[in-house]
Structures are given as structure tokens and as C-alpha cells.
Design a binder for this molecule. Structure first.
Ligand code: WQD
Length: 380
């Protein structure tokens, strides 16, 4: 139904995971359209993250621009315009959304408005334009405090860790419901057409992949692209990077009394390039499925399958930087769970995807990015 290398709309395509995904898609031969409201990235006509994509590819943003729309996902008219102007969009990779766990508890309505409201509007506009293929950025946070490590996709999905986490859980339900209802709608349509003796020409079914990211980290090996958080970073890796570059004094480790090997929390850090490639793998899975008439909504873990404690990470990143980084140990952070490590078998088997970058490479790449760009994209 679609050309093999079709056009993909990447929402949040100027963000950390989104921009690396845009690069992976272009390197794999896809055409890409980017939507971003630049709320978490530098602001300009051609956003700096996309200039960097061109720089890595050796392409020119004037002669072969990546179509870019400064549009918010809650802006229905803006979304309609994108689909009107890009009739060949086959799939949406939906990375746009608000993602700061702490902030989400302070301004929940903003989170529900953008993440839930915006996604529902996006799905409605996709329906209007008969685009029913979606790869969605979900999160390991949907597992809450899981009963079993490593975590399989069948682990219960809970809804209590943070407002941000709840938006991801709710959106997984939204997409499952949409998928189920689309099967029903197709069956009704087929029955009606058969009763009238008419051919089956339309397809109402959705194909959706939910990618549950563990902890994306690191930067592109070129040192040109990486994470550029606004203000003081909330997450461990960008915080450590800011300590290393001298913008922050020391790391505060949240808790050393967890039931883990050294008392600090364990996470499954995933190189951002592996994470980006996971989106291309998901897209290819949807294409394979559709070629044999298979439609579903299915979740996959994107993790390396390796648990790393906060202290392990401090050591690994200090090694990349070449000196010990200062830290203090403080109390636990609300909402943290002791261990989130992926069982990544399902993605290995069904997406033909595996994390291939090591923890050392992740740290070296992050340090290259941060030391070359101490103020992220803003000083360029
Ligand atoms: C990792 C570990 C902290 C900062 C969150 C979201 C998740 C995903 C990624 C995406 C924890 C400890 C951290 C610091 C510390 N979302 N830490 N000092 O909480 O696992 O996951 O970000 O957009 O959905 O929930 O990631 O990097 O914040 O924390 O000790 O200054 O590092 O306590 O154990 P987390 P993180």
C-alpha cells in the first residue's frame, strides 16, 4: 500500500530522541517531515538540531531542507496543514510531549493537555487523512515498581508513579482502544461491502508500536548532536555532564539505601543512537506486518538489558572525562524505584533490534558532545 521508503512525520523531531531518530530515518533512506514547537530546544527558522543533522549527513539545509513545522501538537489547524502539504506521509513517529517527572506533578493539567489532548488530536487528524501507522514514545516508567527484573512487556502497567508516567499509561490505553476499535470498524465495513457485492477498497485498521524506552543517554558519536536540556537537568546523565563541564558544582546522588548491590538505584541506560535505530526497526516491523495484512497495537521494551547503578555510572562517566567527578549522597527522590532493567528479548526477536553501543561508548560520546558544546545548541 505504501512505497517502501515512505515519508515519516516525526513529532518532537528537534528534541533529544526525536532529532537522533530523524537522523537514523534519513540515513535509512526515509523522507522526513518534522513537527516541533521548540519548547525544549533552541529557537530559529531552521532549528539548530536539524542543522546538525545536515552537518552529520553532509547535506545542505537550503538545497535539501528537512521540511520543518513550528507547530504544537494541540494545534489542530497546524496539524491539518502539515498533512495537507505532505500527502505522502505514511507514518507518524510521535516523540512530542512534556517529560519532566517533577514538573508534571506541579502542573498536571499542562501535562494532560499536551500529552493526552495533543496526542488525541494528532490521532484524529491522522484518521482524517487515512494515516493509521504510529510509533509512539512510551516509557519504562509505565512499569512502576515492577515485581520482576528484568522486566518483560507482560509486567503489569501501573498508573501511580507520576503525572508524567500516568500520561504514558493513559496513552497506551488510548492507542490499544483505537487499534481494537479499528478492527471492529473494518469488519463492519467488510460485511457491508460484501452484502452489497462491492469490492473491499478501504482499510480502517491501525498498526501501532509502543516503544517503552528505558533511560536514553549519550550523544551522537560525531559530537554534533546531543541532549540540550533547558535549565538545571533533572536526569542523571545530563546532570553529570554539566558537573564535568563546570556548569554545576557536584552531583547529588538520591539515596544509597536501596536494596541494590551498592545501595543506589539501578537503571538500564540505552545509547540514544540505539534508541533512534529502534524507531526505524519498529517502522520496518509495521511495514512487514502490513505487507501480510497484519494489524495490531504492541509494546516493546527499548533497553540494553544491562542494569547500571548510579555509582557505576559516576565511575564510567568519570573514566570518560579523565578525572573523578564530585558527588554527595542525599536522601531518596520521591517516585524513584530501585531497579528498572529491561528484558529486551521481544524487541531482539520481533523488531530485529538490539542495543549495540557500550556504556563506555555512551559516556565518551556524551563527554564529546558536552565538552564541544558546553551550552548545548545555544552558543552556536
Ligand atoms: C536515574 C537515576 C535517580 C539525577 C526518568 C523518567 C523516564 C525517562 C527518563 C524520559 C535515579 C538518580 C538522578 C540526579 C541522581 N523519561 N539521579 N541524581 O528517573 O530513571 O527516568 O527519565 O523522558 O520515564 O522517569 O531517570 O536520569 O532522572 O535518574 O542520583 O541528579 O539517577 O535517583 O536513580 P529516571 P533519571
Amino acid at each position: 500500500m505504501y512505497p517502501t521508503k515512505s515519508t515519516i512525520l516525526v513529532t518532537g523531531g528537534c528534541g533529544y530522541v526525536g532529532s537522533h531518530t530523524v537522523l537514523s530515518l534519513l540515513q535509512s533512506g526515509y523522507k522526513v517531515v518534522v513537527l516541533d514547537n521548540l519548547s525544549n530546544s533552541s529557537n530559529s527558522t531552521t532549528p539548530e538540531a536539524l542543522r546538525r543533522v545536515h552537518k552529520i549527513l553532509g547535506t545542505n539545509d537550503e538545497t535539501s531542507p528537512i521540511p520543518f513545522y513550528n507547530v504544537d501538537i494541540v494545534d489542530r489547524a497546524g496539524l491539518v496543514l502539515i498533512f495537507e502539504e505532505n500527502r505522502d506521509i505514511s507514518t507518524v513517529i510521535h516523540c512530542a510531549g512534556r517529560k519532566a517527572v517533577g514538573e508534571s506533578g506541579r502542573i498536571p493539567l499542562d501535562y494532560y493537555h499536551t500529552n493526552i489532548g495533543g496526542t488525541v488530536i494528532l490521532l484524529q487528524v491522522m484518521e482524517e487523512f487515512n494515516v493509521r501507522r504510529m510509533v509512539f514514545s512510551s516509557s519504562a516508567t509505565v512499569y512502576g515498581d515492577p515485581p520482576k527484573i528484568p522486566i518483560p512487556e507482560t509486567s503489569p502497567i501501573i498508573a501511580s508513579m507520576s503525572v508524567y508516567g500516568r500520561t504514558k499509561v493513559m496513552l497506551e490505553h488510548v492507542m490499544n482502544d483505537l487499534s481494537v476499535s479499528s478492527e471492529w470498524k473494518q469488519q463492519q465495513y467488510v460485511k457491508e461491502q460484501e452484502a452489497k457485492g462491492l469490492p473491499i477498497e478501504k482499510n480502517y485498521r491501525w498498526n501501532i508500536i509502543l516503544l517503552r524506552y528505558f533511560n536514553p543517554a549519550g550523544a551522537h558519536p560525531s559530537g554534533f548532536m546531543g541532549e540540550d536540556p533547558q535549565g538545571v537537568p533533572n536526569n542523571l546523565m545530563p546532570y553529570l555532564a554539566q558537573v564535568a563541564v563546570g556548569n554545576l558544582e557536584k552531583l547529588t546522588i538520591f539515596g544509597s539505601d536501596y536494596p541494590t548491590k551498592d545501595g543506589t538505584c539501578i537503571r538500564d541506560y540505552l545509547h540514544v543512537v540505539d534508541c533512534a535505530d529502534g524507531h526505524v526497526a519498529a517502522l520496518e516491523k509495521i511495514e512487514r506486518d502490513e505487507s501480510v495484512g497484519h494489524f495490531e497495537c504492541k509494546a516493546y521494551n527499548l533497553g540494553a538489558g544491562v542494569g547500571c547503578s548510579v555509582l557505576d555510572m559516576v565511575r564510567a562517566f568519570s573514566k570518560a572525562v579523565g578525572r573523578d567527578l564530585p558527588y554527595v549522597i542525599a536522601g531518596r527522590r520521591a517516585g524513584d524505584v530501585p531497579n528498572l532493567t529491561a528484558d529486551s528479548q521481544l524487541a531482539n526477536n520481533e523488531l530485529n533490534w538490539k542495543a549495540v553501543m557500550s556504556l563506555d561508548q555512551m559516556c565518551e560520546d556524551l563527554w564529546r558532545w558536552q565538552s564541544n558544546n558546553p551550552s548545548g545548541y545555544r552558543n552556536k
